[in-house]
Design a protein around this ligand. Structure first.
Ligand code: BTN
Length: 243
């Protein structure tokens, strides 16, 4: 496994995307940066992280036998790898906020940005970008509740060790998937799903609000929300859970 350590780059996802065009890289190659000048989040947002304090890294995964229309499975594998690693450090009240924010006690501590190269309906390779707040104490000007491991656990966390643990878990989950398929992974993911079976408020297209109850996630990654008269499926682009 290759780990490329950078002091700074715009985004580890961008760096890895460029690198793979120029070099033959091993499966599970990793790029980790002390600082990103243009860290990217989901839905075109940015990922802010103080210099040197947190983990910001990207992993290359190739040879994935997942069809493009099942690509949500990658979100499941990655989310579970992070949650299980953090559980091993006794981080309390872990949850996955659909599609793949990792929360502890209602505060976001990690975000995931997965970018796939799709050819002939197959995922040729994927770049898994992970931001995990480790040693940053203060988060200013962010819209949601955000925290870090330092604010949650008295344990001193070694970032390099944590990175290795996450990669090992990810390898384990890919192996489990290839041996056993996806069914148990969906139910494990749903067992961590934030606000499952609880009335919650959502916004549609950042406009109108409604109340519904999260019941689960479809194979294509849509969220099942029970509303007054029926259960509807929502896509990532249309729905936001307010919390
Ligand atoms: C989100 O929650 O919106 C996803 C955040 C993903 C951030 C990580 S940090 C490493 C990698 N490089 C990026 O530019 N983004 C991801």
């Amino acid at each position: 496994m290759q780990i490329i350590k950078l002091n700074a780059t715009d985004s580890t996802n961008n760096y890895l995307k460029q690198l793979i065009l120029e070099h033959t890289l091993d499966d599970f190659s990793v790029v980790v940066a002390n600082y990103q000048t243009n860290g990217r989040g989901q839905r075109g947002s940015s990922w802010m992280s103080d210099k040197g304090k947190n983990l910001t890294f990207s992993i290359l995964k190739r040879n994935i036998s997942i069809e493009a229309n099942q690509q949500f499975l990658l979100n499941i594998l990655v989310s579970l790898s992070i949650v299980k690693t953090l559980e091993g450090l006794n981080i309390p009240k872990l949850a996955i906020k659909w599609p793949n924010d990792i929360l502890s006690d209602n505060h976001k501590i990690s975000g995931i940005l997965i970018e796939n190269l799709i050819k002939n309906k197959q995922i040729e390779y994927t770049i898994i970008g992970i931001g995990l707040n480790v040693n940053q104490g203060i988060f200013e000007g962010l819209p949601n509740k955000v925290s870090s491991l330092k604010n949650i656990t008295p344990l001193a966390i070694d970032k390099d060790e944590l990175l290795t643990k996450i990669i090992d878990k990810l390898k384990m989950y890919f192996k489990l998937y290839s041996e056993n398929g996806s069914e148990f992974l969906n139910s494990e993911y749903e067992s961590y799903l934030f606000r499952k079976d609880k009335p919650s408020t959502f916004s549609i297209h950042d406009q109108s609000l409604f109340t519904g109850i999260i019941r689960g996630v479809s194979a294509s990654g849509k969220l099942f929300v029970q509303m007054e008269d029926s259960t509807k499926e929502f896509d990532l682009k249309e729905l936001k859970l307010l919390y």
